[in-house]
Design a protein around this ligand. Structure first.
Ligand code: XUL
Ligand code: CO
Length: 438
């Protein structure tokens, strides 16, 4: 059955195409920097935004027009599972991601939830087999249900912690069955509203305990996916412990989890933390912790997580620059944690949103590859730090210098000052030139 009858398979037509239902930059088989675009990007569909969400917001009901709207709860879940493959097929998306509650209704209790998950996972397994689509990651939603009002791993209630553990266990069982390449933790309620009622030490210890339990269980069942943690500073919680990449890496190191985890970084989460996306990716990259990306963007005029489809080529270029410098995303990919706007309620908008996002990242990849090929920033940076390659600089880097030897040196070298400009304006202009030329 066709759920998206009005749209045919999207293909590449080049930058001059006026067909809205065609890629202008994303040409899956085109080779860029030694790999096909498809291999670089590993694009993924977020089940929750594309299939499950109906466009409700805090002030208004659902608006999305979908062919499954009038079905009963379980039939709706089944229809969405089938529609997922039609969408991925037409959109040329090789991967998808979901939370447990996105795919299956929770039912009256955990037992029913497990049963509903099994029913839908059968459909997904079948769909994956026939289509060749893969699961980039799965996760447990431990933030929507009222039981998680005080957190999941960080809850003050041990029964709730146990329930969260049960959801993670099922998530890993499902991940093994469907061969998910990653398992994600995003701590939507892992934080606090006020310190006045919060044992921060115990809460963080317990989150780490939940992660260790997950790692142990994964080992026990032979789950081979990579664990990812997704930083976000706030929303829904006022303060979230996994504030940003640097905070999350420190947390993982403290609890001996850094060998088991990498980061899943999201554009709009970066901006909420007061960082650029490329900053977050750079922090992860230089620490060997870059796992996967959730691609989206916020609105500079709004201060919250709007999860918009990414259309900013400047940002996408700098993100893809980091990805290329990292030698790719390994088991990770580029997942569109992006949703169409509430007034964009027709099914066609889902396609148009993904086309916009995929083309933006594809263009970003091409520009970034050219920048690296021409060593635009590398040559500049090499020169900028060249004082550390010889003389006293080489002694500092090699560890040969002491505080006393540096003091001796400085006493004979009064009032040093850099004689090179930072040339920021020039570098930004060159970046623009590459974006417009490619
Ligand atoms: C929320 C968010 C989540 C995670 C998965 O801001 O990004 O959807 O990606 O739980
Ligand atoms: Co996300």
């Amino acid at each position: 059955m066709a759920y998206f009858e009005t749209v045919n398979k999207i293909s590449y037509e080049g930058s001059r195409s006026t067909n809205p239902y065609a890629f202008k930059s994303y040409n899956p088989k085109e080779i860029i920097a030694g790999k096909t675009m498809e291999e670089h990007m590993r694009f993924s569909m977020a089940y929750w935004h594309t299939l499950t969400a109906g466009g409700a917001d805090q002030f208004g009901a659902e608006t999305a027009v979908r062919s499954w709207n009038n079905l009963s709860v379980l039939d709706k879940a089944k229809a969405r599972a089938e529609a997922a493959f039609e969408f991925m097929e037409k959109m040329d998306l090789p991967f998808y991601c979901f939370h447990d509650v996105d795919i299956a209704p929770e039912g009256a209790n955990l037992r029913e939830f497990y049963k509903n998950i099994d029913t839908i996972v059968d459909i997904l397994a079948q769909g994956m087999k026939t289509s060749g689509k893969k699961l980039l990651w799965n996760t447990a939603n431990m933030f929507t249900n009222p039981r998680y009002v005080h957190g999941a791993g960080s809850t003050c209630n041990a029964d709730v912690f146990a329930h969260a553990a049960a959801q993670v266990k099922k998530g890993l069982d499902v991940g093994k069955l469907l061969g998910s390449e990653n398992y994600v933790f995003w701590g939507g309620r892992e934080g606090y509203e006020t310190l006045l009622n919060t044992d921060m030490g115990l809460e963080q210890d317990n989150i780490a305990r939940l992660f260790h339990l997950a790692i142990d269980y994964a080992k026990e069942i032979g789950y081979e996916g990579q664990f990812l943690i997704e930083p976000k500073p706030k929303e829904p919680t006022k303060h979230q412990y996994d504030f940003d990449a640097a905070t999350t890496i420190a947390f993982l190191q403290k609890y001996n989890l850094d060998k088991h985890f990498k980061l899943n970084l999201e554009g709009n989460h970066a901006t909420l933390a007061g960082h650029t996306f490329e900053h977050e990716i750079r922090v992860a990259r230089i620490n060997g912790m870059l796992g996967s990306l959730d691609a989206n963007q916020g609105d500079p005029l709004l201060g919250w997580d709007t999860d918009e489809f990414p259309v900013n080529i400047y940002d996408a270029t700098l993100a893809m620059y980091e990805v290329l410098k990292n030698d790719g995303l390994g088991k990770g990919g580029i997942n569109f944690d992006s949703k169409v706007r509430r007034p964009s309620f027709e099914p066609e908008d889902l396609f148009l949103g993904h086309i916009a996002g995929m083309d933006t990242y594809a263009k970003g990849l091409k520009v970034a590859a050219k920048l690296i090929e021409d060593r635009v920033f590398e040559n500049f940076i090499d020169k900028r730090y060249s004082s550390f390659t010889e003389g006293v600089g080489a002694d500092i880097v090699s560890g040969k210098a002491t505080l006393a030897s540096l003091a001796d040196y400085a006493l004979n070298n009064e009032n040093p000052r850099p004689n090179e400009s930072g040339r920021q304006e020039y570098l930004r202009a060159v970046l623009n030139q590459y974006i417009f030329a490619e």
